[in-house]
Design a protein around this ligand. Structure first.
Ligand code: ADP
Length: 165
């Protein structure tokens, strides 16, 4: 029987509890879930791709069928190389929908074997994004509700360096 592989792509800069919640839920439905740090984003990231991969590996170490990778290729192409047939996306507010719908259609056109499946964000993570965490981090806010505990020291250290202190 063939293995069913799903891909969960994102920038994960850094991985939040919202991302981790999607990973834990999606991993239950597939034989293998490949979490892929996409390196083709336009913004300058807070963490290098390698750092983001390491953080993702740490916070997913307890889920045996999760693999972490990174790529600078188009998602539709990347999926072919790893034998992935499903893309997982988390949906927060309605505002995510338009953009995600467009990307899902585009990916399906580029790779007809690739389908996108959406998981609704849990209500407590509905307003959580990596950029909001970075904004809060600048003011020294308590991030324990938002970031996996294990990555908070690295986050605080990098934030301090970037603020020049
Ligand atoms: P962000 O910088 O907005 O956190 P990413 O590119 O790292 O975005 O997100 C990757 C995927 O995870 C996207 O499908 C995004 O919609 C989803 N996602 C991000 N945050 C959450 C959350 N709090 N709950 C559910 N899904 C989320």
């Amino acid at each position: 029987m063939s293995q069913k592989t799903a891909i969960y792509p994102g920038s994960f800069d850094p991985v939040t509890k919202g991302h981790l919640n999607i990973i834990e839920r999606a991993a239950k439905s597939f034989d293998r879930l490949v979490v892929c740090v996409m390196r083709n984003g336009s913004k300058t990231p807070m963490f290098t791709a390698q750092e983001r991969v390491s953080m993702l590996r740490e916070v997913t170490a307890h889920i045996p069928n999760v693999v972490v990778d990174d790529s600078d290729r188009m998602l539709a192409e990347y999926a072919k190389t790893i034998g992935g047939s499903v893309v997982i996306k988390g949906l927060r507010a309605v505002s995510d929908f338009d953009h995600e719908f467009q990307m899902a259609l585009m990916n399906h056109k580029l790779n007809p074997n690739l389908d996108t499946m959406f998981l609704m964000a849990e209500h407590q993570f509905m307003y959580l994004s990596s950029s909001a965490v970075k904004e809060l981090g600048r003011y020294g806010a308590d991030l324990r509700d938002f970031l996996p505990e294990i990555i908070i020291p690295a986050f605080e250290k990098r934030m301090k360096e970037q603020l020049g202190g």
